[in-house]
Design a protein around this ligand. Structure first.
Ligand code: COA
Length: 163
């Protein structure tokens, strides 16, 4: 598995797991029912990477992450990121590799810290993974996410200072 910058041609392979994750209703508050072009607008901007295996024609995209400034202008020294790994490829270290990449990218770009704005509290795999990378839960907005299986649950703001 390797991580490379995404190109526009990658979107058709990203969209199926992107929409599966959003429609599952457990981890992201993107609008529901987006067609491919609408979803692409929401993912393919700032710095987008893909985790791939295989070469050339056989290359398969297993996951994707996007990252960039959390706020424009005077807030732009704090970064943010989003992550999606295809359900078939989970539990094999891809999420951790994308997380490590994200932290290093922000360091290399000179960001002051990384803020995750909306980590669903019941998404314990993600919460633990980000904590293991050094992120702390700054606070939790109660009942902010309407989880398909748990009902209204909190959204954590998580932060990693980069000093
Ligand atoms: C969260 C997500 C990105 C993690 O990706 P992944 O490739 O499955 O993660 P990894 O394989 O690197 O596993 C990361 C850690 O979580 C653990 N883990 C993975 N799946 C798990 C599961 N179902 N239950 C418990 N622990 C799990 C792993 O053991 C690993 O811990 P370790 O490195 O200490 O052994 C992925 O599950 C995903 O895309 N989920 C849907 C979208 C999402 O939640 N995005 C993040 C929103 S904040």
């Amino acid at each position: 598995m390797r991580i490379r910058e995404a190109t526009a041609d990658d979107w058709p392979q990203i969209y199926p797991f992107w929409s599966e994750i959003v429609e599952a209703g457990e981890t992201y508050a993107y609008p529901l029912g987006l067609v491919s072009d609408e979803a692409r607008e929401m993912w393919m901007y700032d710095h987008v990477v893909v985790a791939v295996e295989g070469e050339g024609e056989d290359e398969q995209i297993l996951g994707s992450a996007k990252m960039g400034p959390n706020r424009p202008g005077r807030g732009s020294h704090i970064g943010t990121a989003s992550f999606m790994v295809s359900s078939a490829a989970r539990g094999k270290g891809i999420g951790r590799a994308l997380g490590d990449y994200c932290v290093q990218w922000h360091r290399d770009e000179g960001f002051h810290g990384i803020q995750f704005n909306a980590v669903v509290e019941t998404n314990t795999t993600a919460v633990r993974l980000w904590q293991s990378l050094g992120f702390e839960i700054i606070g939790t907005v109660p009942d902010a996410f309407d989880s398909r299986s748990h009902g209204r649950v909190g959204l954590h703001v998580m932060y990693l200072p980069l000093g």
